[in-house]
Design a protein around this ligand. Structure first.
Ligand code: MN
Length: 228
């Protein structure tokens, strides 16, 4: 087969403690999945159905260096547990959902908050606030075969060693199995899909030169420098 432009390979995430890589197909993200964060965003902390948005697969950053993006003066951090799928399907029952999980990582849903705010106010799509280049820094993936399926434990982020975000996985409004089940009602999930599962309270602004240190208890750590 001939192709008319240079072929690219899927972006990949390293698997912790191995030489293996996990190829990324799509990145789904859950909005407002911790009540305290829903409140700080001026939203409803009640248990409404989860809502989703996406980032492009090549938004992942695996080398710990994120270039400050264009068109914003309010780049913000959102530390999140990331789920990586080894199996997919549609209309997946909650009881079967965790069988689809390959493993977990620590991720940052980096957000151009000023752009997101303008789009929100106009009732437009969030994409240019959320789905931009290098907007998804991520740690190595840890297989569920090694750590199980973490359902509680601290999720934290510090900027330049100052604590910013703190929550617990048990505070998720929609736990991982529910997210997978619900999302699979909208789209057919596939091996290679990542799901960013929402952020706890304490989101805030970062600047060039800042160092972000995130952690999810029982999963791992993620350090990112903002450059450029
Ligand atoms: Mn988020």
């Amino acid at each position: 087969m001939s192709i008319v432009i240079p072929q690219w390979s899927p972006p990949t995430v390293p698997v912790e403690g191995t030489e293996a890589q996990f190829p990324v197909r799509r990145i789904y993200c859950v909005g407002r999945n911790y009540a305290e964060h829903a409140r700080e965003m001026g939203g409803n902390p009640e248990r409404e159905p989860p809502f989703f948005f996406m980032k492009p697969a090549d938004a992942i950053v695996t080398d710990g260096r994120m270039t400050y993006p264009s068109k914003t003066a309010d780049l913000q951090h959102e530390i999140e547990l990331v789920v990586a799928l080894s199996h997919g399907g549609r209309d997946i029952p909650v009881a079967d959902a965790l069988d689809c999980v390959f493993g977990y990582a620590v991720g940052l849903d980096m957000t151009r908050r000023d752009i997101q705010g303008e789009l929100k106010a106009k009732g437009r799509s969030w994409e240019m606030g959320k789905a931009f280049d290098q907007s998804a820094p991520i740690s190595s993936l840890v297989p569920a075969s090694r750590i199980g399926h973490p359902q509680r434990g601290a999720i934290t982020l510090a900027v330049n060693s100052q604590p910013r975000q703190h929550g617990d996985l048990s505070d998720m409004i929609w736990p991982v199995a529910d997210i997978i089940a619900n999302l699979s009602g909208y789209v057919t999930l596939q091996p290679g899909d990542l799901i960013f599962t929402g952020t706890p309270a304490g989101v805030g602004k970062v600047e060039r030169g800042d160092r972000l240190d995130g952690a999810v208890e029982g999963v791992g750590e993620l350090s990112v420098r903002i450059v450029g």
